[in-house]
Design a protein around this ligand. Structure first.
Ligand code: AMP
Length: 429
């Protein structure tokens, strides 16, 4: 049997990593600007955590979780980050330690969905969770954080879609209205929807089936069922978004695939990508009842997660792969010895350095330096007898001799000034 990666799970090779690192660094920066700090939770959780928080009749819980039993525990590889973070928040009694907690996370999630472009079985999410603030100002700030991030990383076109799910009794009233609306056309619904109708008619609204979509067209809108407090919250959110100048669209059909949301709900979709129905870059919302449901205090919360693969697919390729700053070319045995030392000196000064240990002719080694997209080549040959090395600027095609003593410092300064000008490999990173 030929061994290959599991379907829907991808290797990310070092070549692609440059873009990933840049994206992750930009996300950390944006989250930290807003006062968020990183949390890391285990990849495995008790299955009950997800069934309880995400909801038993959701696609994720019904069909997509990687679950298994080990040492008598029913475990699941996390399909998303919100439930795990909430579990940790409750377990560590964060509410007693600080009134507001702002957490962010980055990492892989696992869902056994049908793989397609932009839809994988292992995918990476970056997300934020804010506990302890009922909003709506922080709801607007969170949406603005995302919008600012998308602009900073160069997403060429995106749109924020928002809706409110209300709270308290809203969902029950709305549920009843939907049930009454869908029941007469039950036969026209997809099999999944027919089966789930009584338990959770909201699921019909975010079903991917064409029949369900058609049937949903005249469905009652949730916004007509919310109470006065919810309406105040909603108005406050829209007002704050207007103040911030966030470009959004109110979308009454937006319900999203997870059960835990209350009040504010949002998605950010790409308007330029060719990912089809996988054009949702980010999803999130408020979940004011989850912390209490998981055994904690009554703590309101809001969060979002974005798919890193989809973001990368939406950003133009940008700078080419970055090679080393310095490529050392030893031409004699003495050159090899001096090269080992010079390599160590350069790295200590922050210069990304590779030594060509394969040897051979000058021409062969120089062509390897070009292939690696190095910025400078350092030739260590017979000139060492005169106490010098040759430094070749591969972009400017200029060559000069440097005294070997002090060469590392001079090369490091050159690299730094090119970085400052945004020309070197590091600058492109
Ligand atoms: P969700 O956790 O379902 O609200 O999804 C949040 C974001 O994660 C989505 O908007 C996508 O960008 C990304 N995402 C969700 N599922 C997948 C998947 N199977 N493959 C790739 N990205 C995904």
């Amino acid at each position: 049997m030929e061994l290959r990666a599991v379907r829907g799970m991808n290797d990310i090779l070092p070549d692609e990593m440059v873009r990933w690192h840049r994206l992750e660094a930009a996300f950390r920066h944006q989250a930290e600007l807003h006062g968020y700090a990183e949390v890391r939770t285990p990849l495995l959780e008790h299955t009950a955590l997800f069934t309880r928080s995400i909801g038993e009749t959701t696609d994720v819980v019904e069909k997509e979780m990687y679950s298994f039993e080990r040492h008598g525990d029913a475990l699941t590889v996390r399909p998303e980050g919100t439930a795990s973070a909430a579990r940790a928040y409750v377990e560590h009694q964060m509410h007693a330690k600080e009134p507001i907690s702002r957490w962010y996370y980055l990492g892989p999630m696992f869902r056994g969905e049908r793989p397609a472009k932009g839809r994988y079985r292992q995918f990476y999410q970056a997300g934020c969770e804010l506990y302890g603030d009922p909003g709506p100002l922080c709801d607007a700030e969170m949406i603005d954080l995302i919008s600012g991030f998308f602009k900073a990383i160069g997403i060429p076109g995106f749109k924020v879609h928002i809706n409110t799910l209300g709270s308290g009794g809203t969902r029950e009233r709305y549920r009843d209205a939907l049930l009454a609306y869908f029941t007469p056309m039950r036969d026209k619904l997809s099999e999944d929807s027919q089966r789930r109708l009584e338990k959770n008619p909201l699921r019909v609204l975010d079903s991917k089936s064409a029949a369900d979509r058609e049937a949903s067209l005249g469905a009652p809108a949730l916004i007509d069922f919310i109470d006065d407090a919810d309406r105040e919250h909603w108005k406050g959110l829209l007002g704050a978004l207007d103040t911030l100048g966030v470009d959004y669209a109110v979308d009454p059909t937006l319900v999203r695939g997870l059960d835990y949301y209350t009040r504010t709900l949002f998605e950010v979709r790409s308007t330029t990508s060719d990912l089809g129905s996988q054009n949702t870059l980010c999803g999130g919302g408020r979940y004011d009842t989850m912390i209490e449901q998981l055994g904690g205090q009554k703590v309101p919360a809001i969060g979002f997660a974005m798919g890193m693969e989809r973001l990368l697919a939406s950003i133009p390729e940008g700078a080419k792969k970055a090679g080393p700053d310095a490529y050392l070319v030893p031409l004699t045995p003495k050159g090899a010895e001096r090269g080992l030392i010079l390599g160590r000196e350069l790295r200590a000064l922050g210069v990304v350095t590779e030594l060509d240990g394969r040897g051979g002719k000058l021409k062969a080694m120089m062509s390897r330096a070009e292939k690696r997209a190095a910025r400078f080549a350092v030739l260590l040959g017979d000139e060492l007898d005169r106490g010098v090395v040759s430094l070749k600027d591969l972009a400017a095609r200029q060559q000069e001799e440097l005294a070997i003593e002090g060469a590392a410092r001079i090369i490091a300064d050159r690299v730094q000034s090119q970085r400052d000008a945004g020309l070197s490999a590091e600058g492109a990173r």
